[in-house]
Design a protein around this ligand. Structure first.
Ligand code: GLU
Length: 548
């Protein structure tokens, strides 16, 4: 057959040449070892933790090597596309500090290797589709859905492997006349790859995460262009990652089964194969067994979940680092104050089987991350969250920034900062009592004490209010009050002979704590009194006395 004629007949509109494209998108001039990587998500509107893991891995590898990261929108599947999804995607990634050097942006394309939205690249794909036809490496297939289903059923009956290959590939070796006839009838067609692979053959391959792999060659004549002329993922991947000069393809390992086909395709197109990093899935424990995080069962798969719960992006980032690189935690212990991007991220330290996602561990990490933030930083992040998810609280925080920052400074700094907040959603319960509107005596005074004693102690504390300059003298005052009402000023002393006292100084402090904060559990009481100030302290004691 005259393949040149076939190619011209199938692709009459192709005007560009491969040489022109090569010249338009030349190899990048970057330093030795610079990684060019990309995120290539489909705009489905659902951005998940897997996207973030992929993004973070490619971002680290590219930026720490002096390379670059770009965003390519894989919008070839219009059925799955959701309006505004690209914007959602860009915003979500920006929230986690994943910044792109080039690619699709909210305001169009940035960079010289675009367009970065696949549907705008149709003409480019057709240049290479035509070339494959000319070289007898691709052919049109006019099978209908019903015919393909018929093939499948026959394969089932014969216990043959499924797929379009070998003798089942009914359009593989048809004459030009047969093809032309269908084209004249305007029968829809797809372009298929002519595979020369065999299941008998194995290919040795080294994946940057999975290590040495022994793959079976692909024998299927996969679809390259769908009937609307839009490429499949496979074909677009080869053309785009070649022309955009990607050096490292980081993607989920659900693509591993397609790798033998991709290897064939790059070779058929005469492209250099990039390096591949296939990331294992995120799993979680379900009872005693591990399973993949699922969109249906696990709300924590969606990135929106972390935002609404109020996990600071730094916490999620730090946690993902701990599960992605096995040496990250040791590094963090040795460098508690260094910014995360000083850690040398390495694909060698990634678990080939995937990472175990542990929510409790994430909370733990988040507590630590928040405890190391400055009060100012906590204030602005918390406010940011509250403006979106708790406007009333946001207004309180804004009404007096200095007051809020003072509250958020409690227990901060020093070697052992307090770890009271895990997510911003917790913050109101933790600090709300500082605001009258959120203050109420929620916890009851311990029932084992006489009300009279509690009242006397609170009255004494308010009537002879001592504006203590430091924690020690504040506590001395409490000891004095304890002794005055038959409570031991010393807990040890009390424990040695409990029958001699009504209680101890710790109980005295509990009474005051409940009166001032409404709760038995709160940050440092002395600090609280300093922030509330004398008038508010006395007012609250009086409120509590009325409730007793
Ligand atoms: N669009 C593909 C996906 O969302 C991209 C895979 C890749 O990074 O190559 O899975």
């Amino acid at each position: 057959m005259d393949f040149k004629l076939l190619a011209d007949t199938l692709f009459p509109d192709v005007t560009m040449t491969e040489e022109e494209l090569e010249a338009k998108f030349p190899p990048r001039t970057l330093g030795e070892g610079a990684v060019v990587s990309r995120m290539a998500p489909s705009p489905t509107g659902f951005v998940h933790l897997g996207n973030l893991v992929q993004g973070l891995t490619s971002e680290r590898l590219s930026h720490q090597s002096g390379g670059l990261l770009f965003l390519r929108v894989e919008d070839t599947d219009s059925k799955r596309e959701v309006e505004g999804a690209v914007e959602i995607l860009i915003d979500s990634l920006k929230h986690y500090n994943i910044n792109f050097d080039e690619g699709a942006t909210k305001d169009g394309d940035l960079g010289a290797y675009g367009p970065y939205r696949q549907r705008q690249r149709k003409d480019i794909y057709h240049v290479y589709a035509k070339k494959l036809v000319e070289n007898n490496m691709a052919y049109p297939c006019f099978c209908t859905e019903e015919e393909l289903e018929g093939i499948r059923q026959k394969q089932e009956a014969e216990k043959a492997n499924f797929g379009y290959y070998g003798k089942w590939a009914v359009w593989r070796d048809r004459s030009f006349e047969d093809i032309k006839k269908q084209l004249d009838l305007k029968t829809p067609w797809v372009l298929r790859f002519r595979s020369c692979g065999s299941l008998e053959n194995k290919i040795k391959f080294t994946d940057q995460i999975k290590g040495q792999l022994l793959l079976t060659e692909n024998d299927i004549d996969h679809v390259l262009l769908k009937s609307d002329g839009i490429p499949t993922y496979h074909f677009a991947h080869a053309v785009d990652d070649h022309l955009m000069r990607t050096t490292h393809v980081v993607r989920g390992d659900e693509w591993l089964p397609s790798l033998p086909f991709h290897i064939q395709l790059f070779s058929a197109l005469g492209f250099k194969l990039p390096k591949y990093l296939h990331i294992g899935p995120l799993m979680k424990m379900d009872g005693n067994s591990k399973r993949k995080l699922s969109k249906r069962k696990d709300p924590e798969l969606a990135l929106t979940y972390y935002k609404s719960e109020g996990f600071p992006p730094e916490s999620v980032y730090e946690y993902l680092m701990t599960i992605l690189n096995s040496n990250f935690e040791d590094w963090r212990r040795a460098n508690p104050d260094l910014p995360t991007d000083e850690f040398k991220f390495s694909s060698k330290k990634m678990n080939p089987a995937g990472s175990l996602f542990d929510y409790a561990k994430l909370c733990d990490v988040s507590k630590n991350v928040i405890s190391r933030m400055s009060a100012e930083h906590v204030y602005s992040s918390l406010l940011n969250w509250a403006e979106e998810f708790d406007l009333d609280f946001a207004k309180k925080l804004m009404s007096d920034k200095e007051y809020a920052v003072k509250i958020l400074s409690i227990g901060r700094g020093g070697k052992k900062p307090r770890k009271d907040i895990t997510v911003w959603k917790d913050a109101k319960a933790y600090m709300g009592f500082f605001y009258d509107e959120y203050y109420s005596i929620a916890d009851t005074f311990p029932a084992q004490f006489e009300k009279e004693d509690i009242k006397n102690i609170l009255t004494e504390y308010a009537d002879n209010y001592f504006d203590a300059p430091d924690n020690e003298s504040w506590f001395e005052n409490l000891k004095r009050i304890a002794a005055k009402f038959g409570f031991s000023p010393d807990v040890k002393e009390y424990k040695a002979s409990p029958e001699s006292f009504k209680g101890h100084v710790g109980d005295v402090s509990t009474f005051i704590r409940i009166a001032l904060t409404g709760k038995t559990n709160s940050p440092d009481l002395f600090e609280i009194t300093r922030i509330l100030g004398k008038d508010k302290v006395i007012e609250r004691i009086n409120t509590a006395l009325k409730e007793l």
